[in-house]
Design a protein around this ligand. Structure first.
Ligand code: HEC
Length: 155
């Protein structure tokens, strides 16, 4: 072993002298890669078998998920004013409360967006392990609780 170490050092030195080309450094997945991976994993049929004993059971669970995982960016009532700072920018996600909100009548699109995230700062929740059941709960919380109890103008 002892004899090997100086030998190895010499070899490394030689290798360093001999190569002019830059050695490629392995890169981690980019945000776009992760969004794409989550999109490939997403299975809309997983929601078909989710059942809630009552609406309020779903809303309560969704409230918990929202408070812990979403409100820091989306704001307590979903207006997009959570003020979370990412890379020195305060994120301003769109409000969930707008009358013409694009996911208002698109339950699977909403769940897909939560699962997949996007490159503009929305995390890919499916990829980091948020369960379909909790995605369902938080989606119901947004559409059946936040959108019915708050509006962009008041409350
Ligand atoms: C780190 C901050 C952050 C967290 C945490 C976060 N989001 Fe987002 N989310 C964003 C941003 C930023 C956008 C807007 C991205 C864009 O401009 O397309 C967004 C967009 C969305 C959209 C699409 C809105 C639209 O009108 O297009 C939905 C739905 C959404 N988030 C749901 C959630 C849910 C549910 C959670 C919690 C499980 C969550 N988000 C947690 C930052 C966050």
């Amino acid at each position: 072993m002892r004899a090997l170490i100086p030998g190895l050092a010499a070899l490394t030195w030689l290798a360093a002298c001999g190569t002019q080309e830059e050695v490629p450094v392995a890169q981690g997945p980019t945000r776009a890669d992760s969004v794409q991976a989550a999109d490939q994993m997403f299975d809309p049929s997983a929601f078909d078998t989710i059942q809630w004993a009552t609406d309020s059971e779903a809303i309560e669970r969704g409230n918990l998920v929202f408070r812990i995982s979403c409100s820091k960016c989306h704001g307590e009532s979903g207006r997009g004013n959570g003020n979370f700072v990412l890379k020195a920018d305060t994120l301003r996600p769109p409000s969930f409360l707008a009358a013409e909100w694009r996911f208002a009548d698109d339950p699977i699109g909403l769940r897909r967006q939560i699962f997949t995230g996007n490159v503009a700062g929305m995390p890919y929740w499916g990829l980091v392990g948020l369960k379909y059941r909790d995605i369902d709960a938080v989606a119901l919380y947004i559409t059946r609780f936040l959108r019915t109890n708050y509006s962009d103008n008041a409350g």
